[in-house]
Design a protein around this ligand. Structure first.
Ligand code: ZN
Length: 413
């Protein structure tokens, strides 16, 4: 799958001290310091392409873009892989509902997603991988699980035995009854007959009448969602055998914590015989009119629609940065107005030859980001700098601040 256009990152001119990143880890249930390394492996769960990028998606990909940018700024390399679930029940259901071919729907939405990512200055993944192109990888991963005794057949479908991972549940921290409820709400089938444990997850779905399927040694069918991400991450991130975990960061929206990330991590642990990720990082949900923004509820604010209305993509980015990435919050269009005012003032001040001191501002932006990607604190430092500049303080370097804002926050001035 083609990734999207790369985004240039200006270098930070001075040798600013970059503190180690501290970030909230869902599995550890606390903020943890990220070990200093020369190379990080980051996997971000991508969209199912049946509705274009809404602000909840934008917030998720923006969060991991900030993480990506911080790791680059400390001088590390980042291997970044993202998937796209281009075959799954919701895509087929939407295509059927709208009377369109599922492949055409996916292609259209993937193109829209790519252009939204470019507009929002999200750094592209090194590998952007579709499920349809990963059938062999998935089948191989299932085969490894099978050899480990973690797979069983139910009619012609294959299931993963969740109890084959003794640490199952350790990443999501839910009670068993909560797991059952959420599993059922998010595509799981706890009540299906023939399952050994209600939480066992589908690995391979035998072809149903009227649905697509791919040849495999397990018959014609299609992959389950969790094994798709597990197989893609383990294959494309070039796992380092000497590392204690398979990858450094497993990333996605907080609605993926369970079952998706718990299942992918459990499957990966059986396959690779070590914990999947060093850090499980999740972005909060954005709601509208009192409810989570989601395709099923139809309460979406689409990035492409805002762009069509002439809203500057950097205003959208700034509006999202006004909230901490982990906070769930309700979206109001007035946030765009606030972001526009802020950005207009910032750009005006950065265009002046004499500006307030910038080194201290850049240092506060860096330290704010190092502490669990605290973007509200970073923007507040910029607001203070605007006010100091407007009061006539001098001695700063506007070019340097502009480059730091671009490199670290991804806001092109
Ligand atoms: Zn995923």
């Amino acid at each position: 799958m083609k990734s999207w256009a790369s985004v240039a990152i200006p270098p930070l001119q001075k040798g600013f001290r970059m503190p180690p990143l501290r970030i909230f880890d869902t599995a550890a249930q606390q903020i943890s310091e990220v070990e200093i390394k020369s190379l990080y492996r980051m996997y971000v769960c991508g969209i199912t392409p049946y509705d274009a990028t809404h602000l909840g998606h934008a917030n998720t990909y923006l969060t991991f873009d900030l993480l990506h940018r911080y790791l680059l700024a400390i001088g590390a390399k980042v291997k970044f892989v993202e998937n796209i679930t281009d075959i799954d029940d919701p895509l087929l259901e939407r295509a059927n509902r709208d009377g369109v071919n599922w492949r055409d729907l996916a292609t259209l939405q993937i193109d829209l997603f790519r252009s939204d990512m470019v507009a929002l200055h999200i750094l592209p993944p090194d590998h952007y991988i579709g499920a349809v192109d990963s059938i062999n990888l998935v089948v191989n991963a299932i085969s490894t699980l099978d050899s480990a005794g973690s797979v069983y057949k139910n009619e012609n479908d294959l299931y993963f035995k969740v109890n084959s991972d003794p640490n199952f549940g350790s990443r999501s921290h839910l009670q068993h009854n909560q797991m059952l409820k959420i599993f059922s709400e998010r595509g799981g089938d706890p009540d299906r007959e023939g399952k050994q444990d209600p939480l066992d997850a589908l690995l391979w779905l035998a072809q149903r009448p009227g649905e697509p399927g791919w040849e495999s040694k397990y018959g014609i069918g299609r992959p389950g969602w969790h094994i798709e991400c597990c197989a893609i991450a383990l294959n494309y991130l070039d796992i380092d055998a000497s590392s204690a975990t398979s990858i450094d960061f497993q990333c996605g929206g907080s609605d993926l914590i369970f079952p998706h990330h718990e299942m992918s991590a459990a499957q990966s642990k059986i396959i690779n015989k070590k914990e999947f990720a060093s850090h499980y990082v999740h972005a909060g949900m954005i709601g509208l009119d009192g409810e989570k923004m989601s395709k099923s509820k139809g309460n979406l604010v689409l990035v492409s629609q805002l762009l069509l209305e002439g809203i500057d993509a950097m205003v959208i980015r700034t509006a999202l940065l006004q909230h901490h990435y982990r906070s769930d919050h309700m979206w109001h269009n007035s946030e765009l107005d606030q972001a526009r005012l802020f950005l207009d003032e910032l750009r005006l001040c950065l265009s002046r030859p004499d500006v307030a001191p910038t080194d201290i501002t850049i240092e506060v932006v860096i330290s704010s980001l190092s502490e669990d990607l605290n973007t509200p604190a970073a923007l507040s430092a910029l607001q203070n700098w605007i006010e100091a500049t407007n009061k006539g303080e001098t001695g700063g370097n506007p070019g340097e601040l502009s480059r730091a804002i671009d490199a670290l926050l991804g806001i092109a001035i």
